[in-house]
Each structure stands twice: as C-alpha cells, then as structure tokens.
Design a protein around this ligand. Structure first.
Ligand code: ASP
Length: 342
C-alpha cells in the first residue's frame, strides 16, 4: 500500500490521453515520491563567525525536532495540512524563532503575530494578522481555513474568532523574550538618534526568523504554511507577506507548495509564492528553475530572503539570497539540515 498511490499516479500519467503533449511525456517519466517535507526558520545575515557553537547546536536541534514531527506524520499516512500545522506549532513554541514565543516586538513593545496556511487540494486558505493573545497563530489560520467563509482576519476580530474556536490563549507577555526586547531597545535607540523611522532592512545584522513548512502527503496533496512576528520595531499595524496568500504562502496540487521569508514588502509586491507556481504552470518550468528564478528576480529589485518549496512529485527547492537561512528537508530520497550557504 505504501507505494501504491505514487505508482498508480505514474501509471495513470503513462496512460493519459493527451500523450502527444510534451507535458505528459515529461510527467510520465517523473517518479512521484510518497511524501516530502521542507521547513525554514528564517533567512538573513546569519554568519558562522557570529554564531556560538551552543546557538548553532540549539538551532539545529530545533530544526531536527520540527522536521521529525512533520516527517513522522507524513510517513504514517497523515495529511500535509496536519504536518504543516504541527511542525509550525513546534517552531512557534520555540523561543529561538520569530514566531509565537520569541517573536519580535512592535514599536509599542508588544507582540503582534501573523500566519497563513493553504491547502493545495482545494486552494482553500486561511490567514490571520496582528494576533496578540492566541498561543499558536498557525492553528488560528487553519481555523479560518476550516471554519470560516473568509480567508484573512486581522486584529482584535481575528483574536476573537480564534478564541471562539476554542484555541489556547495566553497573555501577550508569554511571547516576550529578553533577546527580542534588547533588539527593540537597540532599534529605538538608533531611531532616537536619527530623523524619522528606522528601516528594519537596513540593519546590518537583520534576520527574519519567520518559520514555514511545505509538505506533500501520500495522497498527493500539497500544503504550505508560514508564521511570523513580522519585523522588529514595526508600527502602524504593519503586516508583511507571511499571512498574505500568494506572497508568503501558496499551494496548488497542480504545481507546488511555497513558504517564504524575507523583506515582506518586496515579497508582497512580487507575489513571490504565487509566482513560483505560475512559472511552473504557464512556462512549464521545473520547481528549482521557478523557485531560483523568482528569488533572482526579487534580488535584482532589492528584496532579500528565501523560500522553501516542494512540488507534486516531491522535489524540494530552498533558494535564498541572504548569508544564511535556517532550513531542513526530508523525503524517502533525501534528508538534510542547513544554516549557512553550502
Ligand atoms: N517576511 C516577514 C515579514 O515581512 C519577516 C520574516 O520573514 O522574518 O513580516
């Protein structure tokens, strides 16, 4: 049974009626892996020389645990949506990442969280912005997907919706960490010395720290999710790409699932996650060409960061144009955990 569905998919593709087209010839030769998963914990100026061995070990351990959670679900026949939610939930609960506990502070000194999830089978999606009391924003995004006629809820309404859905709530102080508080104080100090608002992307040691997960399950369904605290010292209700479907997150069973991290404003303007899928659908590009092409285009225009993507065959791509990106992947064919450029 384990390999039955993938094998069936290849057989069906071989027998498809439009066998004259290049697409179906190519598809017929591509083996579909039973499952695949990729995760990220943010991109940015992550350099080995600035990382203590203890910190490096802590990040690798967290990535390994998160990856194993999703991998286990997929190996046991669980859905890609469950794998994405439970993997991200773990990363949200870890103080190491800029999502859930350990998220960055707003200008006013509180935490506002964004998250989104998309189901590639139905292209149904759920997203939340500026949550303040929901312990796991990715669960709130899933509740929007499953229990609301809407796609995107923000602010106090989104908190209220998640509360009504019975999700765990916490005081905003639960999310606070010393490390992020110091980053805010540093930014406020700098801002006080300059005229006007600080550009968070101009900071020499900026790191994004957003988390994301993309997965292909045994049923052939793709899913993508992303969760973040946004940018340090953000104000005026700023929301980046992470909860914006098509920008920070996208999934379509016909193409791929994508989760992004980086300069959110650029990822929104370039509709990064959807662009990877569109290049595959309209141009017939491979996952890796599409993903790399989008990141190259973003870089040329001043945006930085990266993305993780998996296609319907289980191919995995993780391009980025920053010094590093916390990332990991697993399928029956390959497995790896990385922080820096290879
Ligand atoms: N893309 C996120 C945002 O702009 C930040 C990040 O990736 O860490 O909110």
């Amino acid at each position: 049974m384990r390999y039955f569905l993938p094998v069936l998919a290849v057989v069906l593709l071989c027998c498809s009626s439009n066998s004259g087209s290049d697409m179906s010839k190519e598809a017929a030769q591509v083996e579909r892996l039973p499952y695949a998963i990729a995760i990220h914990g943010g991109a940015g100026t992550i350099l080995k020389e600035n990382m203590s061995p203890e910190m490096e070990a802590a990040y690798l351990e967290a990535l390994e645990t998160a990856l194993s959670i999703g991998e286990g679900i997929l190996q046991n026949g669980g859905s890609s949506l469950d794998a994405v939610v439970q993997t991200i939930e773990y990363l949200e609960n870890s103080p190491l990442f800029n999502a859930g506990k350990g998220a960055v502070f707003t200008h006013e000194g509180r935490v506002e969280l964004d998250a989104s999830i998309m189901d590639g089978a139905t292209r149904n999606a759920g997203a939340v912005g500026s949550l303040t009391i929901i312990k796991n924003p990715i669960k709130a995004a899933r509740a929007v997907l499953e229990h609301s006629p809407h796609v995107f809820l923000v602010g106090s309404g989104a908190d209220r919706f998640a509360l009504e859905q019975g999700l765990d709530t916490v005081e905003n102080t639960y999310f606070h960490t010393e490390r992020r508080w110091k980053s805010l104080q540093k930014a406020l100090e700098k801002e006080g010395q300059s005229t006007g608002q600080l550009d968070p992307y101009a900071e020499p040691d900026h790191k994004y720290g957003t988390v994301g997960c993309v997965a292909l399950d045994r049923a052939g369904n793709l899913a993508a999710g992303t969760s973040t605290g946004g940018t340090n010292n953000k104000r005026f209700g700023r929301i980046g790409d992470s909860p914006v479907i098509g920008a920070g997150t996208y999934a379509d069973n016909a193409t791929c699932a994508v989760s992004c991290t980086g300069t959110g404003e650029y990822f929104i303007r370039f509709a990064v996650a959807h662009d990877v899928s569109a290049r595959m659908a309209y141009r017939g590009e491979s996952l890796s060409d599409a993903a790399q092409g989008v990141i190259d285009e973003l870089g040329k225009n001043g945006g930085d960061g990266g993305l993780i993507a998996v296609d319907r065959y289980g191919h995995i791509s993780q391009p980025f144009n920053t010094a590093g990106m916390y990332r990991a992947y697993a399928s029956p064919k390959e497995r790896g955990l990385f922080i820096y450029q290879k």
